[in-house]
Ligand binder design. Structure first.
Ligand SMILES: O=C(O)CCC(=O)C(=O)O
Length: 284
C-alpha cells in the first residue's frame, strides 16, 4: 500500500489564512462550510434534475479513460440526463459524466450557488458537473488547464486520493498527457518500483464539503456512492493562466496530433519514457 495521510478539514477560514496556509504552499484542504448557504445543496436532487432537465443530452464516459489515443475528456456516448440518472440510481456501474457544463443550457441554475469569496480569480463561466455511479473510478490525472479547483460535493460520497506535482515522475507520468495509468490502490512494486517512494493524502468527501485541489495536483477518485459534485476553477495570477495555456498546448494539442500519426506506437513510447524517468528519480 502507498503511504496516505488524511487531508485536513477546516471551517471558518478567512481569505488571509487560506492564502497563507493553503493557496501559497499549494496544500489541499477540505472546507466544511463553503457551500453552507447554497440553495443547490437541498434543491438539486436527482428527482429535480430528472423532472426539469431530464431531456438534456449528456456526455458519458466509462473506465476506458486510459485507452491509448482516447482524447482527454472525450465522451464514449451521449444519452439523456434522465437515462443516465436512472442508471446511477439502479446500482454499481463504471459510467460517469466528466466535466459537463449544464449551465450553458440551464443558466437559471447559476442562481442556486455562489462563487466563494475565499480567493480572487474564479472563472465564472466554468462550473462543471461530475457525476458517477457507485464504484466508478476516475484515473489518476491532474487538470490540464492548471487551475486551482474547488470540488463541491453535493450528493453521495467520494474517496479522493491526492499527490503533489513534485511526485509526477515517481507516479509514472505519461509525457504529453496529464495522466498516469499505474494502480495506486494495489500498486505493483515490481513493475513500478518508484511508487514505493510516493506519499499521498486522502479524504472521503461528504455532501456539503468542498475539496481544494491546488493547481497541478494529481487526483484519483472512487465513487463510494452514486453521486455528483460541481467544481469551480480559479487562476490566482497571469502566470497561472499562461501555465494553463502552455499545458493545454503541450498535453492536449501535441498528444492528439501524435496519436493520429503514431497510434499505439506513440502510447508505447510514452510508457517507456515514463518508466525511464521514474527509474532515474528512484536511483538518486
Ligand atoms: O469528481 C470527479 O468525478 C472528477 C473530478 C475531477 O477529476 C476534476 O475536477 O478534475
Amino acid at each position: 500500500m502507498l503511504e496516505l495521510q488524511p487531508i485536513e478539514r477546516r471551517s471558518g477560514l478567512t481569505r488571509e489564512v487560506f492564502a497563507k496556509e493553503y493557496l501559497g504552499p499549494l496544500k489541499p484542504v477540505v472546507f466544511s462550510d463553503l457551500t453552507a448557504d447554497w440553495p443547490a445543496i437541498h434543491k438539486w436532487t436527482l428527482e429535480y434534475f430528472k423532472e426539469y432537465y431530464g431531456d438534456l443530452m449528456v456526455p458519458v464516459v466509462s473506465n476506458n479513460f486510459s485507452r491509448p489515443g482516447k482524447g482527454y475528456l472525450a465522451a464514449d456516448m451521449h444519452i439523456t440526463f434522465r437515462e443516465y440518472l436512472e442508471i446511477l440510481e439502479s446500482g454499481p456501474s463504471d459510467l460517469r459524466i466528466f466535466a459537463w457544463n449544464i449551465f450553458w443550457k440551464a443558466p437559471e441554475l447559476r442562481e442556486d450557488f455562489e462563487i466563494p469569496n475565499i480567493m480572487d480569480g474564479f472563472v465564472d463561466e466554468l462550473p462543471f458537473f461530475f457525476f458517477g455511479c457507485e464504484g466508478s473510478r476516475v484515473t489518476l490525472h491532474y487538470d490540464v488547464d492548471m487551475s486551482h479547483v474547488f470540488l463541491n460535493q453535493i450528493y453521495g460520497r467520494k474517496r479522493i486520493i491526492l499527490f503533489s506535482p513534485e511526485q509526477s515522475r515517481q507516479l509514472y507520468h505519461l509525457p504529453f498527457t496529464v495522466s498516469s495509468h499505474v494502480n495506486i490502490l494495489n500498486p505493483d512494486f515490481k513493475k513500478h518500483p518508484a511508487l514505493q517512494h510516493v506519499k499521498g493524502q486522502e479524504v472521503m468527501l461528504m455532501p456539503g464539503e468542498t475539496l481544494f485541489i491546488p493547481r497541478g495536483t494529481w487526483h484519483y477518485i472512487e465513487y463510494t456512492d452514486g453521486g455528483y459534485s460541481m467544481s469551480l476553477r480559479a487562476f490566482n495570477s497571469i502566470f497561472n493562466r499562461v501555465q494553463g495555456l502552455a499545458s493545454i498546448t503541450k498535453n492536449y494539442a501535441v498528444d492528439r496530433l501524435m496519436n493520429r500519426f503514431m497510434g499505439q506506437r506513440w502510447y508505447n513510447l510514452k510508457v517507456r519514457i515514463a518508466r525511464r524517468r521514474a527509474e532515474k528519480v528512484s536511483d538518486q
